[in-house]
Design a protein around this ligand. Structure first.
Ligand SMILES: Nc1ncnc2c1ncn2[C@@H]1O[C@H](COP(=O)(O)OP(=O)(O)OP(=O)(O)O)[C@@H](O)[C@H]1O
Ligand SMILES: [Mg+2]
Length: 258
């Protein structure tokens, strides 16, 4: 088997007429960390939701092959049972339940004998969760909620872990903490697909990256190739100046190489 997740020519539409993904093609290898970056409205969240099967009757066209099996017409439950776990931008926690209850729900349906060890591992990754075990999820800080969401996702024993903007709203130190945990989880053999606005952070931990604009992949490469690309530096890494202005963006669109 040479590929793990292979997406070919996928179209996802909203209201049957607005293309959020248009002929999207990408491939993800087993065991690595992949980052998807792109401006607001590019289709990043739509891509994760399409893979997870959360958009009714979508993708309209194309093939999503996971481990040699076509999954584009399966239900979200079936897709998650194949080992694809999605952590949405809002983290999807059970807000009224405690930290421990949320983690226990992550183990729901598991029958193996590693549950206790995996739970200990989560507490090792994020010791603060152990301290907050009995606290309601909605009373956690943003960073703690993200840790809980990742911990719970890890307990579902994913083959592919997909995260939508895990660093959003987190202080740099906490974001770093969360990303360090992702490196460790990936080291245990879980493939990670990360959607991030913060390209600097994402490319630090990713092996490979994709730039998504207006529903298409416009550039891809290893993390170091992307970090050396002038357009990526200017637009996504903030090298060589202040944040890009609307005029800067238009100029960039004229001269960009893709
Ligand atoms: N539920 C929806 N109904 C209709 N249009 C939608 C819906 N969700 C997203 N869209 C549209 O699809 C396009 C892609 O949106 P998407 O949320 O995937 O972008 P994104 O790259 O995740 O952006 P952001 O960085 O702001 O999170 C946008 O034009 C958006 O307005
Ligand atoms: Mg989004």
């Amino acid at each position: 088997m040479d590929h793990f997740l292979k997406i070919s020519n996928v179209d996802t539409l909203y209201f049957d007429r607005i293309y959020a993904l248009h002929g999207l093609t990408l491939e993800i290898k087993k065991g690595e960390i992949f980052a998807i970056m792109g401006p607001n409205g590019a289709g990043k969240t739509t891509l994760l939701r399409t893979i997870a099967g959360l958009l009714k009757d979508q993708p309209k066209k194309g093939i999503i092959d996971f481990n040699g099996r076509q999954i584009q017409r399966l239900t979200p439950e079936k897709i998650s049972s194949l080992g694809i776990v999605y952590v949405p931008e809002d983290r999807g926690l059970f807000r009224e339940l405690t930290v421990k209850e949320n983690l226990d729900l992550g183990c729901w349906g598991r029958r193996d004998d590693r549950i206790k060890a995996d739970l200990d591992y989560v507490y090792d990754l994020f010791p603060i969760l152990k301290e907050r075990e009995a606290q309601q999820a909605e009373t956690l800080s943003g960073g703690e909620q993200q840790m809980l969401a990742i911990g719970r996702a890890f307990l579902r024993n994913p083959k592919l872990l997909m995260l939508d903007e895990p660093s959003l709203g987190l202080a740099p130190l906490i974001a770093r903490n969360v990303f360090d945990a992702l490196i460790k989880i990936s080291g245990l053999g879980t493939t990670i697909l990360l959607v991030e606005q913060n390209a600097k952070l994402a490319l630090k931990i990713a092996n490979y990256g994709y730039i998504l604009e207006a529903g298409r992949i416009v550039l891809q490469g290893t993390a170091s190739e992307l970090m050396e690309n002038r357009d990526v530096q200017e637009l996504y890494l903030g090298v060589g100046g202040e944040n890009i202005s609307p005029k800067g963006w238009r100029l960039y669109k004229k001269r960009r190489s893709w």
